[in-house]
Design a protein around this ligand. Structure first.
Ligand code: SF4
Ligand code: SF4
Ligand code: SF4
Length: 255
């Protein structure tokens, strides 16, 4: 990509909160536009072009027609970025995969409702349908991380996505560990990059940035045992953002 990369932003099933973070970049958005050219962004512009280099995908994939649309986008884009937890790992939407789709339909559309045009299927992350080149993690994303990734790509550099646990940032922030308050925190297995936002604000980490690539599962188990908690307690915390995600190989480690 020699000239300014052309960027298109698309949304699938989500709350659009991550796109809102982009809109909220405000003045920094103007700096970004100096190095990339937005050509399609439903939430922020009326112009529309199908000629783009970088596709940014927000939201999870919950219908067959979404899969087809996503594949078409992938075929046009040189680089594809998953924006936020919904896109990167299915996010909160993945909670529904713990139920049958009939139960989900009945809960959302009513027990006797016949609405075939409002179809649904188990939630997939973008990477389960097409190749993802980079993910901007979080629910919502962290603005500074997004701008850093966007600048790297505009300069032809490979962005660095953190692959160490939230605990590292939490310790650097000098927080008292939430386990000391008899809470359960997912910081030991969750990917850093948010600056340990939740523990720094007095809450446990909910795991919104997904697991690190190689989580220290044994250490997490040791922490749970040390504080009198069980693996079932840990699993219950993981349901919100990490339903049916692999934490490590083994029959008792899918959540
Ligand atoms: S990751 Fe969170 S903030 Fe972003 S679109 Fe999904 S639900 Fe909304
Ligand atoms: S509060 Fe959570 S993130 Fe912070 S050190 Fe304790 S377990 Fe790790
Ligand atoms: S502390 Fe955990 S839940 Fe909170 S923003 Fe960071 S990764 Fe997400």
């Amino acid at each position: 990509m020699t000239s300014k990369p052309r960027v298109a932003i698309f949304d699938f099933a989500c709350c659009e909160g991550c796109q809102l973070q982009l809109v909220n970049l405000e003045e920094e958005l103007l700096d970004l536009i100096a190095v990339v050219q937005p050509v399609q962004w439903r939430e922020a512009m009326t112009e529309h072009s199908e000629d783009y280099d970088i596709a940014i995908i927000e939201g999870s994939i919950t219908r067959a027609q979404d899969e087809e649309r996503l594949k078409e986008i992938r075929a046009r884009a040189k680089v594809l970025i998953a924006l936020g937890a919904c896109a990167a790992m299915g996010g909160v939407n993945r909670l529904k995969n713990n139920f049958t789709m009939d139960d989900v339909r009945a809960r959302v559309y009513g027990k006797d409702s016949a609405m075939p045009h409002l179809d649904t299927q188990p939630t997939k992350a973008v990477g389960e349908v097409v190749k993802v080149d980079f993910a901007v993690h979080g629910c919502p994303i962290t603005k500074s991380e997004f701008t850093s990734i966007a600048r790297c790509l505009a300069l032809g550099k490979t962005p660095l996505i953190p692959n160490h646990p939230v605990c590292v940032e939490c310790k650097m922030a000098g927080n008292v560990c939430r386990f000391e308050y008899s809470e359960i925190c997912l910081g030991p297995v969750t990917r850093a990059g948010c600056g340990a936002k939740c523990p720094s604000g007095g809450f446990w980490c909910y795991g919104c940035r997904g697991f690190v690539d190689d989580p220290n599962v044994n250490a997490a188990r040791d922490i749970m045992a040390h504080y009198g908690k069980t693996v079932a307690d840990l699993r219950s915390r993981m349901l919100l953002y990490n339903s049916q995600q692999e934490l490590a190989n083994g029959p008792d480690t899918q959540y």
